[in-house]
Write a protein that binds this ligand. Structure first.
Ligand SMILES: [Zn+2]
Length: 418
């Protein structure tokens, strides 16, 4: 049976490549969320052809769902002989803007030298193709699964996934009451299984000064000067401390096993492009991106930031500041004993001939919604494509990876739902 299914994947290779090319040619650029409906329909029609019951779900109560840019998700369900287990394969079909530096048409779906090129080729339209054709190869091999296979194409992962996977979870379309396993074919490399990600804490710090004539700064308080003290303390004290902490979670690349701090934006005083007047800055704002480890947790992370700010403020009596939370994403980690990890792992070994590596992602993806909102903890990311190529110019996915990953997912479905 396994050999029959794998042979069907090989036989469908041309179709899988073409389907990926066609997906790349639909420019689902986010922001603002172009061509979502066309892409959802295109995936939905293919799923319907492959005997899925297809449903389109618009994120009606989300503010980003507008007439000009509707947020339409698609779900297909192919029932087995029993309602459970249900394996859900999810792929986001939005892509980030192409940006500069391309040598091929980013939306041309060009195939050259065994690679499919284009924005989203790797992140993650190839992944959607693997999901669809993994299920189809099983059908073409004449295998009837006991369990159910569900495939969704969703919007907005690149901007947080609130009208996409989070919405499907809130609507209980992905929920622990009906869904057993979720696999997200993000481009984590064909031989790696991704079991989670670090946490995210975005916060905004505003320092308040007092405006005065720029020729007499000693009569005033500079908000920018206070902000530089904060930034200096973060780099001198916090960053070295973060460098000493190391997670047990196998985050890649290696340096992302430490927590990190980045300044997203800083803004203070007069507009740099504007007409300048001699004024001391009365306000400065900065936005920080702190990635934290499972072992640190959010509470400790926030307390540490708050404590440092208080210490800086205590050194100068005229320093006033506000701290505002902008985004909190808790870390996720698939339970070690999850049968899903073992199933993907064994399928990779069968197809590639060597064991898989377990990794975790430095950044977050839709896993967080599946874990937190749907309460489905048996969730991993596994898909074709090289992670480093995501969001780059001349993004590509190798056809060899695409076919191998389709085989791995097909075997995984057989194991979990067979
Ligand atoms: Zn992605």
């Amino acid at each position: 049976m396994i050999d029959r299914v794998l042979a069907e994947v090989d036989r469908a290779a041309g179709e899988i490549v073409e389907f990926t090319q066609d997906l790349v040619r639909i420019p689902t650029i986010n922001p603002p969320g172009e061509a979502y409906e066309a892409c959802a329909r295109f995936i939905g029609e293919r799923l319907a052809q492959f005997e899925f019951d297809v449903e389109y779900i618009a994120a009606l109560d989300r503010p980003e769902h507008t007439r000009s840019h509707p947020r339409i998700n698609v779900i297909g369900l192919r029932s087995g002989t029993q309602p459970r287990p249900l394996v859900h394969l999810n792929g986001h079909f939005d892509v980030v803007p192409a940006g500069d530096g391309w040598t091929v048409d980013p939306f041309g779906g060009v195939v050259r030298g065994g690679r499919i090129y284009g924005r989203g080729a790797c992140d993650m339209k190839a992944g959607i193709a693997t999901a669809v054709y993994a299920a189809e190869a099983i059908r073409r091999a004449g295998v009837r699964l006991n369990g159910c296979v569900e495939i969704s194409g969703t919007v907005d992962e690149e901007s947080g996934g609130f009208a996409g996977v989070a919405f499907l979870c809130e609507q209980k379309r992905i929920a622990s009451a009906r869904t057993d396993y979720v696999i997200i074919p993000e481009p984590l490399n064909v031989d790696r299984v991704c079991i989670g990600h670090r946490g995210v804490y975005w916060f905004e710090v505003t320092t308040h000064g007092r405006v005065a004539h720029g020729s007499m700064p000693f009569l005033s308080v500079s908000a920018i000067e206070h902000m530089t003290r904060i930034v200096d303390t973060f780099y001198r004290e916090l960053v070295p401390r973060l460098g000493e902490r190391l997670t047990d979670v196998p985050v890649v690349p290696e340096l992302a096993r430490h927590p990190t701090l980045n300044i997203n934006a800083i803004e203070g005083g007069q507009r740099v492009d504007g007409i300048q007047t001699p004024c001391v800055a009365d306000r400065c704002r900065a936005i920080f991106d702190r990635r934290f480890l499972l072992e640190e947790g959010f509470e400790q992370t926030r307390e540490e930031i708050g404590g440092l700010l208080e210490r800086v403020a205590a050194t100068s009596p005229d320093m006033f500041y506000d701290l505002r939370d902008l985004l909190i994403v808790h870390p996720v980690l698939t339970p070690e004993e999850s049968p899903l990890i073992g199933a993907v792992d064994r399928s990779i070994e069968h197809v590639l001939g060597y064991p898989a590596t377990l990794v975790a992602s430095p950044g977050t993806y839709d896993h967080k919604h599946v874990d937190r909102i749907a309460g489905v903890h048996d969730c991993v990311a596994y898909g074709p494509g090289v992670l480093d190529l995501a969001h780059q110019p001349d993004e590509w996915c190798s056809i060899d990876d695409l076919i191998k990953a389709t085989k791995v997912l097909a075997l995984t479905l057989l194991t979990l739902a067979g």
